[in-house]
Design a protein around this ligand. Structure first.
Ligand SMILES: [Zn+2]
Length: 235
């Protein structure tokens, strides 16, 4: 294998016996993509998650204070003779990583931050700094008067703009949650014809009469008022 940087080292696993592993010795090269394949039950997970990642997690947990550790699950040492060259493990699975879709493999590994810099330097045409490639940063523009204290003082008008990468419609979420008004009423029909499509609202029902918007006689703002009491506001 072609190798420009042979000195990155490896995670050296010796004598792994977690679950059905039988004294497995393996060197996992660092800064390489290493894939574990095999039939179901061959011990891929026992080696990767049960041994390497488990010990990495356990070592990280040990760095917290005893007080904090009291709130964390107690992890047993994996059954292995020795693990050398272990680094921080970030465990990803097919589940969503968090409640927020903005958390991706790129954000938790900081790879996104590096990629944003690369894109902003090499991208053609140039559209802005790294923030222009971040879906968390909205574009901002502004302007106004600034006063410069020089001599008698000069007032100048200045403006600025920051090109952010956030999509204004979905705010970087990829999807938009919105009310589809077309599902609530049919604008081609009158109320009497059954314009309201919400279940239970029939054209001749009280629910429809209650929801009828009528202009308020006392309102000075000209805004409509929704009559909610069928006995006083019925048409
Ligand atoms: Zn969008």
């Amino acid at each position: 294998m072609h190798d420009d940087n042979p000195d990155w080292g490896a995670i050296e696993v010796r004598g792994a016996r977690e679950n059905n592993l039988r004294d497995v010795n393996v060197d996992i090269p660092k800064r390489r993509l290493t894939v574990f394949t095999g039939v179901s039950g061959s011990g891929k997970s026992s080696l990767v998650f049960g041994t390497v990642a488990a010990e990495s997690q356990r070592l990280i947990n040990e760095t917290y204070s005893a007080f904090v550790q009291g709130f964390m699950p107690t992890l047993a040492r994996p059954d292995v003779d020795s693990l050398e060259g272990l680094t921080t493990a970030i465990i990803l699975d097919q589940e969503r990583m968090g409640a927020n879709v903005r958390s991706t493999v790129g954000t938790v590994t900081d790879a996104n931050a590096m990629l944003r810099v690369v894109f902003s330097r090499l991208g053609r045409p140039h559209i802005g700094g790294p923030q222009a490639f971040s879906f968390n940063i909205p574009s901002v523009t502004g302007g106004g008067a600034i006063k410069i204290d020089r001599g008698a003082g000069v007032t100048e008008s200045r403006s600025f703009s920051v090109a952010g990468g956030m999509c204004p419609r979905c705010e970087g979420m990829g999807t938009v949650s919105d009310v589809d008004l077309g599902q609530l009423y049919d604008e081609t029909k009158s109320l009497n014809e059954g314009a309201i499509k919400v279940p239970g609202y029939t054209a001749d029902g009280w629910s429809t009469r209650m929801a009828v918007v009528r202009p308020s006689s006392t309102s000075t703002s000209g805004r409509a008022r929704v009559g909610m009491n069928p006995w006083t506001n019925a048409l």
